[in-house]
Write a protein that binds this ligand. Structure first.
Ligand code: ZN
Length: 497
């Protein structure tokens, strides 16, 4: 079975057939760095991270490009208000994006081009479109793309022809516009004084100005895959559903009119929205949440990834406190099991039951993700393995390389386990740098005491971070298993009750 993905262009699930076997070029529309990206944006980035990880686990060499939009209407407006050049205004948000991305364990793409570093390829692309007669200069001095001259316009978003005709006589200069406004869009906007004031204008043979938003992605994608592989068609292009129109429609028009290829990307993938307690996330509703807010609230990134993966990327997801609490337990369970498996593996010959269980996990997990990245089914296969695996471990059966290998695949693709970072607080317990603590103590007196000491360390750290609810939770957890925490000047110690 090979990887099949839902292609928005054809509205069907198709096998992935890359331009060059074994290699996938992947373009994912990145953030506009005028603000902190919210977790709705990050749902899309985590879905793309899953895609990336699964492609790699399936043996593909992946070349992923994610752009950072650092010039557009909103950025120019905000930089103008502050009286600083756009570069100065956007750079801290670029850093913040990478911080947030790393917090949510989103792997590095191969390229993070910033639009303002690619003005030259953008100018070349516009010159090509002017030469082909699909672009023209408007009476405002800006350069527009003529959708009438590109008959395939509307193919991705399946705009009906009547709507198109109604709008085709007009033009639109703003970066974002509504579906009913299908019309000629700006490739290059003639420089205005407010652009010059924030260093957002460049010289070009067709007049001084700045690129339109849609142009950026076409120019950077074609430039980078051209430079790297001599290619002019992407294997996969992905983004949020809100980008289908006009952004991706416009990207296709510019790119295909320029290259003469039928496709700009072989497969178009779109991730659905994240709602918060039933509402679309928006500053207006006061439910605008960023990864840094969640990090400050002590939310476990593994839990958030698990929550995302429990809904298919093509379905809307509702973020609630209850759902997050449930996935927090789930992430802990995954982490706890990983540790138990690791500890038990290598202690003897792997039991036949464990080998069979590992094979079942491997087949179920691969089959689920090969089927249009069905993460909910992949997660279910992982939890089946945890339940069954715990049962076998309780019976004293030993896991070995097969079970560890199967689990490693799951962990490397989902990366949704809780990981607790410890630093020693001088209690004499030898603490690993990165440790996952199970919620229940292992059998055996000394091991259980050791387990309790580790939790006591975690409690000291929680208190130091002023996370008193976590500290109380740990005290209660230890009490439930017969341990009492005693605080002293030198930290804390645990004793058996
Ligand atoms: Zn884009």
């Amino acid at each position: 079975m090979s990887l099949r993905l839902f292609n928005t262009m054809t509205r069907t699930i198709e096998p992935l057939v890359p331009v060059v076997p074994g290699r996938v070029t992947l373009y994912t529309c990145g953030p506009t760095i005028w603000n902190y990206a919210h977790i709705g944006n990050f749902r899309t980035f985590v879905f793309e991270d899953l895609l990336r990880r699964w492609l790699k686990a399936s043996g593909y060499a992946v070349y992923q490009i994610m752009n950072l939009t650092d010039v557009d209407d909103r950025i120019i407006g905000e930089a103008g208000k502050r009286g600083v050049p756009i570069r100065e205004f956007t750079s801290p948000f670029a850093d913040a994006f990478h911080e947030d991305r790393k917090f949510l364990r989103v792997q590095d793409a191969e390229e993070y081009p910033r639009a303002t570093d690619f003005i030259e390829p953008m100018v070349r692309l516009i010159e090509g479109l002017l030469a082909k007669g699909v672009a023209y200069r408007g009476d405002d001095g800006s350069i527009y793309f003529s959708i009438e001259r590109f008959p395939a316009y509307g193919r991705l978003s399946q705009l009906d022809k009547r709507e198109l005709k109604a709008g085709a006589s007009a033009r639109v200069a703003s970066d974002e516009y509504a579906k009913e406004d299908a019309r000629d869009f700006a490739l290059w906007k003639a420089a205005k004084p407010e652009d010059e004031a924030v260093s957002a204008a460049w010289d070009a043979p067709f007049g001084r100005g700045r690129p339109g938003w849609h142009l950026e992605c076409s120019a950077m994608a074609l430039e980078l895959i051209g430079r790297k592989f001599g290619a002019d068609v992407l294997d996969i292009h992905a983004g949020g559903v809100d980008l289908i129109f006009p952004h991706h429609e416009d990207e296709i028009a510019q790119s295909c009119a320029f290259t003469g290829q039928v496709d700009f990307a072989r497969i178009w993938m779109h991730g659905e929205f994240l709602n918060v307690r039933g509402q679309k996330m928006s500053k207006r509703y006061g439910n605008y949440t960023t990864p840094r807010d969640l990090r400050e609230d002590g939310v476990d990134p593994g839990a958030l990834r698990l929550l995302f993966f429990q809904t298919h990327y093509r379905q809307k997801l509702d973020l609630t406190d209850e759902a997050l609490a449930a996935s927090r337990e789930g992430a802990r369970r995954l982490g706890g099991f990983a540790r138990r498996l690791q500890d038990a593996a290598g202690q003897g010959v792997e039991s036949g039951e464990f080998v069979a269980l590992a094979e079942k996990l491997d087949a179920g997990f691969r089959e689920a993700l090969d089927d249009d990245l069905n993460a909910p089914r992949a997660v279910a296969a992982a939890f089946d393995f945890v339940s069954e695996g715990n049962r076998l471990l309780d019976q004293g059966q030993l896991p070995g390389p097969r079970a560890v290998e199967a689990w490693r695949l799951v962990d490397s693709v989902l990366d949704a386990s809780t990981a607790v970072k410890f630093t020693s607080t001088g209690s004499g317990v030898d603490v690993n740098a990165l440790l996952v603590l199970p919620e229940t103590p292992p059998a055996g007196g000394d091991d259980a005491l050791d387990w309790a000491r580790h939790w006591a360390e975690a409690r000291v750290i929680a208190k130091a971070k002023k996370d008193f609810s976590e500290a109380d939770r740990i005290r209660k957890l230890l009490a439930d298993h017969g341990f009492e925490v005693r605080d002293s000047r030198n930290g804390s110690e645990v004793v058996r009750k």
